[in-house]
Design a protein around this ligand. Structure first.
Ligand SMILES: NC(=O)c1ccc[n+]([C@@H]2O[C@H](COP(=O)([O-])OP(=O)(O)OC[C@H]3O[C@@H](n4cnc5c(N)ncnc54)[C@H](O)[C@@H]3O)[C@@H](O)[C@H]2O)c1
Length: 263
């Protein structure tokens, strides 16, 4: 039997589209990938943060372009993918990091608009971004897609019905795509992410009365602590690299032990 030896953990030379790249995990991922020699096309809603990010890298001569894009708008997604292709000539990976969170409402109190918006950003946009990028990954001979789900895909907290449903669906969609696209050498994984120090978490913790009240800690020696977004970025880089050649269809957990805890 001739086994294929897993490849390099490097993403050097890869062209990667990152959504939600202006802030948080998407931004940390975009910057980490560029530091590792990848070429990144970042898209997202945060025009000011994104433009500042793009300007910084243009001045440094590093390959990170940001384009303001609403991932719920199919025409904008397709235009962004075309721009990424025109900038880098190929696409080897996609990171779907754009997302929104909504707290504090039981199902009866969720409006149609709130439900639709959460599903549109957290789930339908991943479907659209994947639909627009898959032909280019196939044309490149294969690739890797990382869809950011959440620990909420496995277990959840009271009052987040739309978010929990959307993230569980991201896990299901990723597994399904992994099966359909294995034949094209495209790996698809969902990331089960715990608490990360980004705007999304910090706003939520304020509402919950702080980190300790939510059972979390910023102390770096704790289980179920709050992560630095760069600790998620390194896991994403692994999944994008050939070192993850046998990793597909997974709910890849990076949660500091949060879901390991029984009580
Ligand atoms: N922070 C956490 O603890 C945590 C935990 C688990 C999963 N996640 C997931 O990680 C991902 C990134 O979140 P984050 O923590 O970095 O928070 P964040 O708020 O900093 O980032 C979310 C990003 O999504 C972008 N976005 C939102 N709606 C968009 C739209 N319609 N079009 C384009 N971009 C849009 C925003 O512009 C922002 O850049 C999300 O999918 C989130 O659900 C976060």
């Amino acid at each position: 039997m001739n086994w294929t030896v897993p490849g390099s953990p490097s993403v050097e030379g890869r062209s990667i589209l990152v959504t939600g790249a202006g802030t948080g995990i998407g931004r940390a991922t975009a910057e980490h990938l560029v530091a590792q020699g990848a070429r990144v096309f970042g898209i997202g809603l945060d025009g000011q943060e994104g433009s500042e990010l793009g300007r910084k890298h243009a001045e440094a001569g590093t390959a990170l372009i940001f384009r303001e894009t609403d991932v719920t708008d199919d025409a904008e997604v397709r235009a962004a993918v075309a721009a990424a292709l025109s900038a880098y000539g190929r696409l080897d990976g996609v990171v779907n990091a754009a997302g929104i969170y909504m707290t504090g409402k039981r199902l009866e109190d969720v409006s149609d608009a709130e439900w639709d918006r959460t599903i549109a950003v957290n789930l339908t946009a991943i479907f659209r971004v994947c639909r627009a990028t898959l032909p280019h990954l196939r044309a490149a001979g294969g690739g890797s897609i990382v869809n950011i789900a959440s620990v909420h895909a496995l277990a959840t907290v009271p009052g987040v019905p739309a978010y929990a449903a959307s993230k569980a669906a991201v896990l299901g969609l990723s597994r399904q795509m992994a099966l359909d696209y294995a034949v094209d050498h495209i790996r698809v994984n969902a990331l089960i992410v715990g608490s990360v120090a980004t705007r999304m978490t910090l706003d939520g913790l304020d509402e919950a009365g702080g980190a300790e009240a939510a059972g979390l800690s910023f102390a770096t020696d704790r289980i179920a602590r709050i992560a630095d977004p760069r600790e998620i970025a390194t896991g994403i880089a692994f999944l994008l690299s050939d070192a993850a050649s046998f990793v597909t269809g997974s709910g890849f957990v990076i949660d500091g032990g949060m879901t390991a805890r029984l009580l």
